[in-house]
Design a protein around this ligand. Sequence first.
Ligand code: UD1
Length: 357
Amino acid sequence: MIINVVGARPNFIKISPLIREMNKNKIPNYLVHTGQHYDWNMSGAFFKQLNIPTPDKFLNVGSSSHAKQTSEIIEKFEKICLKLNPSIVLVVGDVNSTIACALVASKLNIKVAHVESGLRSFDKSMPEEINRILTDHVSDFLFVTEQSGLDNLVNEGFTQNSIHFVGNCMIDTLIESLQESEKSNILYENNLESKCYFLATFHRASNVDGPNELSDIVNLINKTSENLPVVFPVHPRTKKQIMDFKLKLSGDVITLDPLPYLDFIKLLNHSKLVITDSGGIQEESTFLGIPCITCRENTERPITIDIGTNILVGSNMNDVGAKLPGILENEPKENKIPPLWDGLAAKRIVKILKQFV
Ligand code: UD1
């Protein structure tokens, strides 16, 4: 049996094609949701739209400090592994649930499969970077989305036979959902015309947890909305900080609650440009050919810059504001779709895992 683990919003998008493929291949699988994300629009809506089966076990850990959240997952997940004794635990991405469950499995001598392995920002101040490095180093199957992942793993001494370049499960889901997303009324509901608005998303701790950083972001969004409407679906972490720091978004900014997957994809696909600090959106925009401005000092997904639409502008929002007009005046970056981002990543992964179940 394979135990599949999810906890946070981007995990749901990646697990969906994997479970479908495991079921097609009649591989017994069991889904654990740690409960790291729990609001309907951060979790339930994704299960519904992406046809992910109801989790077999919900650990209900909720939000807390990194140590508390991670340790609570560890304690609860160990009991499940001991009871079910799976042949493989599969984890995705780089969130706290990923490292917590990978660690439990490896200590019980259960094989660990890590989907989205090898990505590195080389910035250990990011909690996700710690999660990536540690998860990879306790994993047996390292499933990689882009060339940099292969290079990083080889540089860190992994043997070639544990590394598998398979493509990108997030893009599998995007390809599968594009047509359906067109049925969303999100543009109509917000009085938006295709290619006549910007989309903004910010949730990374380094950008939103400090009053000065978040204030600069709010100013940037307000200023940008003087030219074209800016649609800003606000992550709960960001919403809380905006309220705590008493910041004000201008009336021209269309603020929305976090969106269900299909609405978000429609909004992204019809935007003129996206400004973000997300990891997944860098990939989705590259696939869709939508210009992406990433407000971070680094990215663990360099392929999106090398051949995609992504432009890394740093996290100093005054610099970003100064660079933006130039970016908008220039022709959009030419982009290519990265190798193996073809909708078949889950198929390749399951084909490999099948031999070990
Ligand atoms: C987590 C991941 C991050 C990922 C992001 C995607 C880690 C370390 N971080 O960050 O890598 O990019 O998910 O969204 O694992 N909250 C709610 N409702 C929810 C979930 C969270 O209100 O359903 C609020 C809580 O106030 C919580 C805060 O959001 O304290 C942050 O949630 P948390 O899961 O700790 O981190 P994210 O910022 O969501």
